[in-house]
Design a binder for this molecule. Sequence first.
Ligand code: ZN
Length: 297
Amino acid sequence: MSWFRRVEKGIVTPTEQKKETPDGLWHKCTCCKTVISKAEHRQNLYTCPSCSFHDRVNSHEYFEILFDGNEFKEMDENMSSSDPLNFVDTKAYPDRIRETQRKTQLKDALRSAHGKINGLDLVVACMDFNFIGGSMGSVVGEKIARAIDYSRAHRIPFLMISKSGGARMMEAGFSLMQMAKTSAKLALLAEEKIPYISLLTDPTTGGVTASYAMLGDFNISEPGALIGFAGPRVIKETIGKDLPKGFQSAEFVLEHGFLDFIVHRKELKDRLTNLISMLAPAAGQEQNTPAAKAGLA
Ligand SMILES: [Zn+2]
Protein backbone atom coordinates (compact mmCIF):
# COMPACT_ATOMS: atom_id res chain seq x y z
CA MET A 1 0.00 0.00 0.00
CA SER A 2 1.92 2.95 -1.27
CA TRP A 3 -0.80 5.28 0.01
CA PHE A 4 0.79 5.45 3.40
CA ARG A 5 4.27 5.89 2.15
CA ARG A 6 5.60 9.30 1.33
CA VAL A 7 6.57 9.15 -2.32
CA GLU A 8 8.07 12.60 -2.70
CA LYS A 9 10.53 13.81 -0.21
CA GLY A 10 11.04 17.29 1.14
CA ILE A 11 7.59 18.68 0.25
CA VAL A 12 7.36 22.34 1.14
CA THR A 13 3.93 24.01 1.24
CA PRO A 14 3.94 27.75 0.66
CA THR A 15 2.38 29.65 3.60
CA GLU A 16 -0.59 30.87 1.55
CA GLN A 17 -1.62 27.28 0.72
CA LYS A 18 -1.49 26.03 4.30
CA LYS A 19 -4.92 25.12 5.63
CA GLU A 20 -5.38 26.66 9.05
CA THR A 21 -8.18 28.30 10.98
CA PRO A 22 -8.52 31.75 9.45
CA ASP A 23 -7.31 34.68 11.51
CA GLY A 24 -9.90 36.69 13.31
CA LEU A 25 -12.13 33.94 14.73
CA TRP A 26 -10.37 33.43 18.02
CA HIS A 27 -9.07 35.67 20.72
CA LYS A 28 -6.22 34.68 23.01
CA CYS A 29 -6.01 36.53 26.32
CA THR A 30 -2.74 38.47 26.61
CA CYS A 31 -2.59 37.72 30.31
CA CYS A 32 -3.76 34.11 30.97
CA LYS A 33 -3.70 32.82 27.36
CA THR A 34 -7.30 31.54 27.55
CA VAL A 35 -8.74 31.19 24.06
CA ILE A 36 -12.31 32.29 23.38
CA SER A 37 -14.16 33.17 20.21
CA LYS A 38 -14.02 36.77 19.01
CA ALA A 39 -17.81 36.93 19.36
CA GLU A 40 -17.65 35.86 23.00
CA HIS A 41 -14.84 38.33 23.66
CA ARG A 42 -16.98 41.07 22.20
CA GLN A 43 -19.97 39.98 24.30
CA ASN A 44 -17.71 40.20 27.33
CA LEU A 45 -17.01 43.83 26.35
CA TYR A 46 -13.43 42.90 25.40
CA THR A 47 -12.54 41.49 28.80
CA CYS A 48 -11.31 37.97 29.61
CA PRO A 49 -13.94 35.70 31.22
CA SER A 50 -11.34 33.77 33.24
CA CYS A 51 -8.87 36.41 34.47
CA SER A 52 -10.80 39.67 33.84
CA PHE A 53 -7.99 41.13 31.74
CA HIS A 54 -9.28 44.30 30.06
CA ASP A 55 -8.23 44.72 26.45
CA ARG A 56 -7.75 48.26 25.22
CA VAL A 57 -10.76 49.59 23.36
CA ASN A 58 -11.43 52.96 21.79
CA SER A 59 -14.17 55.58 21.61
CA HIS A 60 -16.18 53.50 19.13
CA GLU A 61 -16.54 50.67 21.66
CA TYR A 62 -17.00 52.90 24.73
CA PHE A 63 -19.80 54.84 23.03
CA GLU A 64 -21.43 51.54 22.10
CA ILE A 65 -21.07 50.23 25.68
CA LEU A 66 -22.38 53.39 27.34
CA PHE A 67 -24.98 55.13 25.19
CA ASP A 68 -28.50 53.65 25.15
CA GLY A 69 -29.06 51.88 21.83
CA ASN A 70 -25.68 53.28 20.65
CA GLU A 71 -27.46 56.57 19.96
CA PHE A 72 -25.47 59.74 20.48
CA LYS A 73 -24.72 63.06 18.86
CA GLU A 74 -21.05 63.56 18.14
CA MET A 75 -19.63 67.06 18.64
CA ASP A 76 -16.91 68.86 16.65
CA GLU A 77 -16.36 65.71 14.62
CA ASN A 78 -14.40 67.40 11.85
CA MET A 79 -11.89 69.29 13.97
CA SER A 80 -8.37 68.50 12.82
CA SER A 81 -4.90 69.64 13.82
CA SER A 82 -2.87 72.33 12.07
CA ASP A 83 0.93 72.49 12.16
CA PRO A 84 1.82 75.64 14.11
CA LEU A 85 5.50 74.72 14.50
CA ASN A 86 6.19 73.31 11.01
CA PHE A 87 7.31 70.21 12.88
CA VAL A 88 9.30 67.52 11.11
CA ASP A 89 10.69 64.35 12.72
CA THR A 90 10.91 61.18 10.63
CA LYS A 91 8.17 62.78 8.56
CA ALA A 92 6.37 66.12 8.42
CA TYR A 93 3.62 66.48 11.04
CA PRO A 94 0.80 67.19 8.53
CA ASP A 95 1.78 64.00 6.64
CA ARG A 96 1.74 62.01 9.87
CA ILE A 97 -1.72 63.40 10.72
CA ARG A 98 -3.09 62.61 7.26
CA GLU A 99 -1.68 59.09 7.30
CA THR A 100 -3.02 58.36 10.81
CA GLN A 101 -6.43 59.74 9.83
CA ARG A 102 -6.50 57.40 6.85
CA LYS A 103 -5.43 54.39 8.93
CA THR A 104 -7.71 54.97 11.91
CA GLN A 105 -10.67 56.74 10.24
CA LEU A 106 -10.41 59.23 13.11
CA LYS A 107 -9.76 62.98 12.91
CA ASP A 108 -7.71 63.15 16.11
CA ALA A 109 -7.10 61.34 19.40
CA LEU A 110 -10.45 62.21 21.00
CA ARG A 111 -14.15 62.02 20.19
CA SER A 112 -16.85 63.78 22.18
CA ALA A 113 -20.58 63.16 22.15
CA HIS A 114 -23.74 63.60 24.15
CA GLY A 115 -26.56 61.13 24.61
CA LYS A 116 -28.34 59.11 27.26
CA ILE A 117 -27.13 56.31 29.53
CA ASN A 118 -29.95 54.37 31.17
CA GLY A 119 -32.15 57.37 30.37
CA LEU A 120 -29.87 59.99 31.97
CA ASP A 121 -28.18 62.72 29.96
CA LEU A 122 -24.40 62.52 29.76
CA VAL A 123 -21.62 64.25 27.84
CA VAL A 124 -18.71 61.89 27.11
CA ALA A 125 -15.25 62.75 25.80
CA CYS A 126 -13.21 59.63 25.00
CA MET A 127 -9.61 59.36 23.88
CA ASP A 128 -8.41 57.05 21.10
CA PHE A 129 -5.04 55.45 21.79
CA ASN A 130 -4.51 54.31 18.20
CA PHE A 131 -4.25 57.94 17.05
CA ILE A 132 -0.57 58.84 17.72
CA GLY A 133 -0.59 57.11 21.13
CA GLY A 134 -3.67 59.00 22.30
CA SER A 135 -1.46 62.06 22.55
CA MET A 136 -2.95 65.29 23.83
CA GLY A 137 -2.59 68.06 21.26
CA SER A 138 -4.56 71.22 20.60
CA VAL A 139 -7.51 69.36 19.05
CA VAL A 140 -7.87 67.06 22.07
CA GLY A 141 -7.75 70.05 24.44
CA GLU A 142 -10.17 72.13 22.41
CA LYS A 143 -12.69 69.33 22.03
CA ILE A 144 -12.62 68.67 25.78
CA ALA A 145 -13.07 72.40 26.45
CA ARG A 146 -16.05 72.54 24.10
CA ALA A 147 -17.59 69.38 25.56
CA ILE A 148 -17.34 70.97 29.02
CA ASP A 149 -18.98 74.14 27.65
CA TYR A 150 -21.83 71.99 26.39
CA SER A 151 -22.13 70.35 29.82
CA ARG A 152 -22.28 73.77 31.46
CA ALA A 153 -24.80 75.21 29.04
CA HIS A 154 -27.18 72.28 29.43
CA ARG A 155 -26.27 71.28 33.00
CA ILE A 156 -25.41 67.73 31.96
CA PRO A 157 -22.77 65.69 33.86
CA PHE A 158 -19.46 65.21 32.10
CA LEU A 159 -17.54 61.95 31.72
CA MET A 160 -13.95 61.92 30.52
CA ILE A 161 -12.42 58.61 29.39
CA SER A 162 -8.64 59.00 29.33
CA LYS A 163 -6.21 56.75 27.48
CA SER A 164 -3.02 58.53 26.59
CA GLY A 165 0.73 58.50 26.39
CA GLY A 166 0.76 62.19 27.36
CA ALA A 167 1.33 65.45 25.51
CA ARG A 168 1.83 65.44 21.74
CA MET A 169 5.51 66.15 21.05
CA MET A 170 4.82 67.55 17.60
CA GLU A 171 2.83 70.43 19.11
CA ALA A 172 5.26 71.07 21.98
CA GLY A 173 4.12 74.09 24.04
CA PHE A 174 0.70 74.12 22.36
CA SER A 175 0.09 70.65 23.83
CA LEU A 176 1.11 71.74 27.31
CA MET A 177 -1.29 74.69 27.17
CA GLN A 178 -4.16 72.22 26.87
CA MET A 179 -3.47 71.13 30.46
CA ALA A 180 -4.18 74.64 31.73
CA LYS A 181 -7.13 75.18 29.39
CA THR A 182 -8.96 71.97 30.28
CA SER A 183 -8.23 72.42 34.01
CA ALA A 184 -9.64 75.95 33.93
CA LYS A 185 -12.79 74.75 32.15
CA LEU A 186 -13.21 71.98 34.72
CA ALA A 187 -12.92 74.57 37.49
CA LEU A 188 -15.87 76.43 35.94
CA LEU A 189 -17.81 73.16 35.75
CA ALA A 190 -17.11 72.57 39.45
CA GLU A 191 -18.16 76.13 40.33
CA GLU A 192 -21.49 75.51 38.65
CA LYS A 193 -21.79 72.24 40.59
CA ILE A 194 -22.08 70.00 37.57
CA PRO A 195 -20.66 66.52 38.21
CA TYR A 196 -17.45 65.46 36.50
CA ILE A 197 -16.42 61.80 36.48
CA SER A 198 -12.99 60.83 35.19
CA LEU A 199 -12.44 57.27 34.01
CA LEU A 200 -8.77 56.35 33.64
CA THR A 201 -8.13 53.43 31.31
CA ASP A 202 -4.97 51.63 30.25
CA PRO A 203 -2.69 53.59 29.91
CA THR A 204 -3.17 57.08 31.38
CA THR A 205 0.14 58.88 31.69
CA GLY A 206 2.03 62.16 31.29
CA GLY A 207 0.26 65.50 30.93
CA VAL A 208 -3.15 63.84 30.86
CA THR A 209 -2.66 62.37 34.36
CA ALA A 210 -1.24 65.73 35.42
CA SER A 211 -4.37 67.60 34.34
CA TYR A 212 -7.95 66.60 33.55
CA ALA A 213 -7.68 62.84 34.28
CA MET A 214 -7.08 63.42 38.01
CA LEU A 215 -9.52 66.31 38.49
CA GLY A 216 -12.77 64.36 38.64
CA ASP A 217 -15.31 64.63 41.45
CA PHE A 218 -14.82 60.90 41.12
CA ASN A 219 -11.65 59.43 39.64
CA ILE A 220 -12.31 55.84 38.68
CA SER A 221 -10.44 53.26 36.68
CA GLU A 222 -10.61 49.92 34.94
CA PRO A 223 -8.76 46.99 36.59
CA GLY A 224 -5.07 46.65 35.79
CA ALA A 225 -4.78 49.99 33.98
CA LEU A 226 -1.36 51.65 33.96
CA ILE A 227 -1.70 55.03 35.62
CA GLY A 228 1.23 57.32 36.21
CA PHE A 229 3.06 60.46 35.20
CA ALA A 230 6.56 59.41 34.11
CA GLY A 231 7.21 55.83 33.04
CA PRO A 232 8.66 53.30 35.53
CA ARG A 233 12.08 53.17 33.80
CA VAL A 234 12.57 56.94 34.06
CA ILE A 235 11.57 56.92 37.74
CA LYS A 236 13.83 53.96 38.51
CA GLU A 237 16.80 55.70 36.91
CA THR A 238 16.04 58.98 38.67
CA ILE A 239 15.65 57.66 42.21
CA GLY A 240 18.16 54.81 41.74
CA LYS A 241 15.91 52.29 43.52
CA ASP A 242 13.83 49.29 42.51
CA LEU A 243 10.14 50.05 42.31
CA PRO A 244 7.55 48.21 44.43
CA LYS A 245 5.55 45.36 42.90
CA GLY A 246 2.51 46.44 40.92
CA PHE A 247 3.79 50.03 40.80
CA GLN A 248 1.53 52.33 38.73
CA SER A 249 -1.24 49.75 38.34
CA ALA A 250 -4.79 50.95 39.00
CA GLU A 251 -4.87 48.77 42.16
CA PHE A 252 -1.64 50.34 43.47
CA VAL A 253 -2.90 53.85 42.70
CA LEU A 254 -6.23 53.08 44.44
CA GLU A 255 -4.43 51.81 47.53
CA HIS A 256 -2.45 55.05 47.68
CA GLY A 257 -5.55 57.19 47.61
CA PHE A 258 -5.57 58.61 44.10
CA LEU A 259 -8.62 56.70 42.86
CA ASP A 260 -12.13 56.35 44.28
CA PHE A 261 -12.84 52.90 42.92
CA ILE A 262 -12.01 50.40 40.21
CA VAL A 263 -14.86 49.16 38.06
CA HIS A 264 -15.11 46.15 35.75
CA ARG A 265 -16.11 47.20 32.25
CA LYS A 266 -19.24 45.06 32.44
CA GLU A 267 -20.43 47.04 35.45
CA LEU A 268 -19.32 50.41 34.12
CA LYS A 269 -22.64 51.61 32.72
CA ASP A 270 -24.64 50.72 35.85
CA ARG A 271 -22.06 52.16 38.26
CA LEU A 272 -21.95 55.38 36.25
CA THR A 273 -25.74 55.57 36.22
CA ASN A 274 -25.80 55.20 40.02
CA LEU A 275 -23.14 57.86 40.46
CA ILE A 276 -24.83 60.33 38.14
CA SER A 277 -28.26 59.91 39.69
CA MET A 278 -26.68 60.35 43.13
CA LEU A 279 -24.63 63.42 42.20
CA ALA A 280 -27.10 65.20 39.96
CA PRO A 281 -30.74 64.68 40.87
CA ALA A 282 -31.57 67.50 38.48
CA ALA A 283 -29.30 66.33 35.70
CA GLY A 284 -30.50 67.14 32.24
CA GLN A 285 -32.65 70.06 33.34
CA GLU A 286 -31.42 73.05 31.43
CA GLN A 287 -31.15 76.10 33.63
CA ASN A 288 -30.38 79.73 33.30
CA THR A 289 -26.63 79.38 33.81
CA PRO A 290 -24.08 82.01 32.80
CA ALA A 291 -22.85 79.60 30.11
CA ALA A 292 -26.37 79.11 28.76
CA LYS A 293 -26.86 82.88 28.67
CA ALA A 294 -23.63 83.31 26.73
CA GLY A 295 -25.10 80.98 24.12
CA LEU A 296 -22.55 78.22 24.54
CA ALA A 297 -24.02 75.02 23.19
ZN1 ZN B 1 -7.29 36.07 30.71
